[in-house]
Design a protein around this ligand. Structure first.
Ligand code: NDP
Length: 432
């Protein structure tokens, strides 16, 4: 805390991982002697930079950009960029730290990083977003590359922003190094399924978790928070798997549709930059409640897919009382530590984000593979690989939790398995 002041989310993420590692450190005294944990909690590099740009009215604007390369023990730094007014260095560090374990779990040779800016894309024109992205990349380009650091999307950064970012990267470097950024549009070297990957992957993980308990998604009721990239495709896959989603949300509030939310309407709202509060005007019988998270709506399955610390202890108690069976974190660290304790004590199947939402970065690695061989794989091929990767991650978490005396604890399993992979690579590389 003294070394990293005013970074509560980073402290929370580190504390959560460290609390899982006690059984490992008890067995592996070599890791303690090498002071490996101390090294793992210190980012290899942190870059902060000024982003100056001009809005549509000719007024100069100023934002702050970040890129944190946390660990390159397993491969180039890899992780998304977040554009949201709440972004601070602490936010980026917590996300990059989580990414270490997530990327290790994929088994695809990925280091960990994250970045972003306190830029708010809401209400900005296409031209403003483009100029901001160009200004952001004008500084970032010198720190990234297909073998160094490979950014992708996150909150506020989708295919449009990645297109503008890559355009500027290509302009400055004079190289079409498609593998420098992932999550690109198909036309400029993107991969099929990358858009859907995180949301689909969450549901593949849920499916495996329920199967391990002799259950499945057929006929289940579900509630999802958020209405962005992860939420929309998690809802789509839940529907495909026979579950019905009754509610979702965005920063304005919660949408409850007792007939099951209509994805065609949500996509139409997103395409026209409208919020979920407009949904009841288009679908009779639906209800919008401002400013309330959806956790008081009874459901079998919950998928928080908006942002960090959006589901606290009282919400966890309500969900549990209402009969929740399983929860998979679509967002990064959406449940507070006290909420996770409630789920653990109630024996609810709980999938931590670093395992459940790893499908996005895993598919980014598949995009990098296609870029390096100038190949293009079809949708079914990538989707099958994604499903297999998610099953593997599930099985690894479950087996590791068992092996370290925490049966059924996916959080412990994910932290321990991810940590051991990175720790062994750090030792192999020579501790320096
Ligand atoms: P998007 O920007 O596409 O969507 C985010 C959604 O969450 C929007 O509906 C947004 O509402 C809502 N939201 C964001 N911040 C807040 C907030 N502070 N309070 C309430 N609602 C909020 O982002 P993604 O779907 O890509 O990301 C969602 C989460 O998933 C993040 O935690 C991200 O780190 C994580 N994630 C994303 C991956 C990806 O591949 N995209 C990969 C792995 C994890 P509004 O539009 O009104 O702001």
């Amino acid at each position: 805390v003294r070394r990293n002041p005013a970074e509560p989310e980073f402290h929370q993420a580190v504390a959560e991982v460290l609390s899982s590692l006690e059984p490992v450190l008890a067995r592996r005294t070599d890791l303690r002697e090498l002071r490996l944990l101390e090294r793992l909690c210190e980012p290899e590099r942190q870059v902060m930079f000024r982003v100056g740009w001009t809005d549509d009215h000719g007024i100069p604007q100023l934002n702050r950009g970040y890129r944190v390369g946390f660990s390159s023990a397993l491969g180039p730094y890899k992780g998304g960029l977040r554009f949201h007014p709440s972004v601070t260095l602490g936010t980026v560090k917590f996300l990059a730290f989580e990414q270490i374990f997530k990327n290790a779990l994929t088994g695809l040779g990925l280091g960990a990083g994250k970045g972003g800016a306190d830029f708010d894309p809401a209400g900005r024109s296409d031209g403003e977003v483009m100029r901001f992205c160009q200004a952001f990349m004008t500084e970032l380009y010198r720190h990234i590359g297909p073998h160094t650091d490979v950014p992708a999307g996150d909150i506020g950064v989708g295919a449009r922003e990645l297109g503008y970012l890559f355009g500027q990267y290509k302009r400055i470097t004079n190289r079409f190094d498609a593998g420098t950024l992932t999550g690109k549009a198909l036309a400029i070297g993107g991969s099929h399924v990358r858009t859907e990957a995180t949301g689909y992957g969450v549901v593949y993980f849920l499916d495996a978790m329920l199967a391990a308990r002799g259950d499945n998604l057929e006929g289940k009721t579900a509630v999802v928070s958020g209405c962005g990239n992860v939420a929309l495709y998690a809802m789509a896959k839940l529907h495909d798997s026979g579950a019905t989603v009754f509610a979702c949300s965005d920063s304005t509030g919660t949408l409850h549709d007792p007939a099951g939310v209509r994805l065609d309407v949500l996509h139409e709202l997103k395409a026209t930059q409208r919020k979920v509060d407009a949904y009841p005007h288009l679908v009779p019988g639906a209800r919008f409640v401002p400013g309330i998270a959806p956790w008081d709506i009874p459901c079998d399955i919950a998928v928080p897919a908006a942002t960090q610390n959006e589901l606290d202890e009282p919400a966890a108690i309500t969900l549990t009382k209402n009969g929740l069976r399983a929860l998979a974190e679509g967002a990064n660290m959406p449940c507070t530590p006290a909420a996770i304790d409630v789920f653990r004590d109630a024996g609810i199947a709980f999938a931590p984000g670093k395992a459940a939402n790893a499908g996005g970065v895993a598919t980014s690695a598949l995009e990098m593979q296609q870029n390096s061989t100038r190949d293009r794989w079809g949708f079914p091929t990538v989707d099958q690989r994604l499903a297999a990767i998610m099953r593997d991650i599930h099985d690894t978490c479950l087996a590791t939790a068992d092996q370290y005396g925490r049966p059924g604890d996916y959080e412990a399993g994910a932290n321990i398995a991810g940590f051991l992979t990175v720790a062994d690579a750090m030792i192999t590389l020579g501790v320096a």
